[in-house]
Design a protein around this ligand. Structure first.
Ligand code: PAF
Length: 279
């Protein structure tokens, strides 16, 4: 696995493969890799000829009061995890490579980036959209893969790629969960032992809501009861909503279009998000 840190080196490597007609797949990450990320990398191996993984902890998607400084960083471990997976190229740019001093462009994606995580983290999706647009331009992959755990992010990136006529297929990969149901996340490392024990209740709750929606129970009542249950268990609920899986329009009565239940909570100082499809 070759590692490069400049855009010029990345382009040279990828250009050589592209000129041989090889299909290039990019998996953008912020490091602190877990099984969820590794599943994206394995999917990349099955989706093309060459796999490029990027590790860049993107400051633009963190607000000043968020966890940029404490976000887990362990590049050596990340490299060890990637090594057996057949990754062709690891791109690890430094901050100045991505954001030179006079950098000033910001991409916003109104609509899908509003509401849910966009309501409490207004900076977040423009930070993600900007860095992902840059990574897609730098690498020019045929396919890029993102996890469904950040489902709203996946939709924002799909819209961005479509609106900016980027010649790339955006693939979503299923959420990978711990045996007790907790969605894998780099931020799970922040949880205390007590919080870790409690955390799977988030998934259990949204899963029950999704199953109850599927059999026709009243969505508003279900969400209300589920929110109370989580609050009583010590979660601070930021949002708990049913939304259309393509447009993210709120769903308050059972529709025949694909629907997902989305939640974000604080458990102590840790923010957890999760979502499930209504079966
Ligand atoms: O999902 C992530 O890890 C990040 O938001 C991404 C897509 C790599 C952009 O920094």
């Amino acid at each position: 696995m070759k590692t490069v840190s400049t855009i010029a080196e990345l382009r040279t490597e990828v250009h050589a493969w592209r000129s041989q007609g090889e299909k290039i797949v990019l998996v953008p990450t912020m490091g602190a890799l877990h099984e969820g990320h590794l599943s994206l990398v394995r999917m990349a191996g099955d989706s093309g000829d060459r796999t490029v993984v990027s590790i860049f902890l993107n400051p633009a998607q963190f607000a000043p009061d968020e966890d940029f400084d404490s976000y887990p960083r362990d590049t050596d471990k990340d490299v060890e995890k990637l090594r057996p997976l057949g990754v062709d190229l690891l791109f690890m740019p430094r901050r100045e490579e991505i954001y030179p001093q006079d950098f000033s462009t910001l991409i916003t994606v109104p609509g899908v980036a509003e509401g849910l995580c966009g309501a409490s983290r207004p900076h977040f999706f423009s930070g993600v959209a900007t860095v992902v647009a840059k990574l897609l331009n730098q690498c020019r992959p045929d396919v890029a893969i993102f996890g469904e755990k950040d489902f709203q992010q996946l939709l924002v990136i799909r819209r961005l790629a479509r609106d900016l006529d980027m010649d790339v297929e955006i693939l979503g990969a299923p959420i990978i969960r711990e045996p007790d149901g907790l969605a894998m996340s780099s931020r799970n490392a922040y949880l205390s032992a007590d919080e870790r024990e409690k955390a799977p209740l988030l998934y259990q709750t949204i899963n029950e809501v999704a199953n109850a929606i599927a059999v026709g129970e009243a969505i508003v009542d279900l969400l209300d009861a589920a929110g109370k249950r989580l609050t009583q268990a010590g979660f601070e609920v930021e949002y708990l909503e049913a939304r259309d899986a393509d447009t993210l329009a709120p769903v308050t009565t059972r529709a025949n279009t694909p629907t997902r239940v989305f939640a974000a909570v604080m458990l102590g100082k840790t923010r957890l998000i999760d979502n499930v499809a209504v079966p």
